[in-house]
Design a protein around this ligand. Sequence first.
Ligand code: FEO
Length: 119
Amino acid sequence: MSFEIPSPFQWDESFCVGHQVINDQHKKIFELINALDADRTNGAVLKELLDFVVMHFKTEEDGFEKVAWDQKDAHKEIHDNFVKTAVSLTSVDDGVMNFIKQWLVDHIKGSDMKYKGVL
Ligand code: FEO
C-alpha cells in the first residue's frame, strides 16, 4: 500500500503513532531526509540519517520485546530489509530520494501504525 508523500516533506498528526519518543524520532527522520535532499553528495549526512534510523528501529524493537507484540518479527524483518538496501547506497539521486521518502511514509502509516495503542 502506498501513501501520499507530504509536500513540504514534514511530519504531521497523520503520522502520530501515540508514542512521544517515537513520534519525536520520526520527526527527526523527516528532518534528516530533508537535510540529505538539500546536500545529496554529503556522505556525512547520509551516514547520520542511517545511524539515526538504525537507532530508531532499535527503540521500536526494544518496545516490542517489552510488550511481547505478536507482530514484532515481521516488523523487524521490514526494518532489516530497509537497512540492507540503505547501506548499499553509493549515491543519492531523485530516484533514491523518492524511494527513501516513500518508504518512510508507507512504513509509518502502513506498518508502525499497527503498534499504535500497543507500545
Ligand atoms: Fe518507525 Fe518501524 O519504524
